[in-house]
Design a protein around this ligand. Structure first.
Ligand code: MG
Length: 270
């Protein structure tokens, strides 16, 4: 017989017998598997038995350029629209570039999206609805952050403005009610920090793994590893057509929402 040792995280230490099997032991009295289980349950006796030294994680400066993590892709820093294009025809962005380092939806020009395609990401977005409110329900400060151009984290001015809860601010639109409404007053800047894992599809186009999403709204957990059911649909049920990497998209809700964005960056998670 052989001797096998598995060391890792303190969970498995499997040592097969032989070394201690040099006597007149009856081989039928204790099955190998039972002995392996007994060995696996042994408590490590030295610190090193539960320590790992590889792989070494990369070093990230959390306050790199403009306070953004050093390995992040900066999608919008307030100076230009270089990373963005109109969704409808890939032309130059028609939204407003403001002197304060933000951009504002220009009504009825259409959605904008990143020129680059992304899969799983950590995404930071800051957004602001207008201080001077107008409209009600879904028509007050409505925009949205779409992961892979399909899955919407709702942006909405919900302050003193109720609507259906699976379409309120911080919802995964029409799929997941947020755990809390954590908006700041209208006209102030909100943050969304999103952890998104892309769905997977097999070679025949069937979904084999759902996308998942976690969202912090102003540092408050509002979506906790929600399993996305499919595309965000205004009418009808979520769809699950196969796709690969795709842009981040920001919504023009086409009702003079005047939502602004700033300081958008992401870290790729693959
Ligand atoms: Mg929306």
């Amino acid at each position: 017989m052989t001797t096998t040792c598995k060391l890792g995280l303190g969970l498995w230490v499997v040592i097969c017998l032989v070394a201690c099997n040099n006597s007149n032991q009856d081989k039928t009295e204790t099955p190998d598997t039972a002995i392996e289980i007994i060995e696996a349950e042994k408590e490590p006796t030295k610190p090193k038995e539960t320590e790992l030294y590889v792989p070494v994680p990369p070093t990230v400066n959390p306050t790199g350029k403009n306070g953004v993590p050093s390995d992040a892709i900066i999608l919008f820093d307030g100076t230009n629209f270089d990373e963005w294009e109109m969704t409808s025809d890939s032309t130059a962005v028609k939204w407003l570039l403001n002197a304060d380092g933000s951009m504002t939806v220009k009504d009825k020009t259409g959605n904008i999206q990143t020129k680059r395609n992304f899969g799983s990401v950590q995404l930071h977005v800051e957004w602001r609805s207008p201080k001077e409110v107008q409209g009600n329900g879904q028509n007050r400060g409505n925009s949205g952050v779409f992961l892979q151009k399909r899955y919407e984290v709702q942006v909405l001015d919900n302050n003193n403005n109720d609507t259906y809860v699976n379409g309120q601010v911080g919802s995964i639109y029409k799929q997941s009610i947020p755990l809390a409404k954590a908006s700041v007053p209208s006209g102030q800047w909100n943050t969304y920090d999103i952890i998104y894992h892309a769905p997977e599809f097999d070679s025949e186009g069937h979904k084999t793994k759902s996308a998942t999403i976690t969202v912090l709204h102003n540092n408050v957990l509002i979506q906790d590893h929600f399993e996305i059911q499919g595309t965000s649909e205004y009418i009808g049920w979520p769809k699950n057509d196969p796709h690969g990497k795709a842009p981040i998209m920001l919504q023009d809700h086409q009702d003079n929402s005047r939502v602004s964005y700033r300081n958008i960056w992401l870290r790729e998670l693959e």
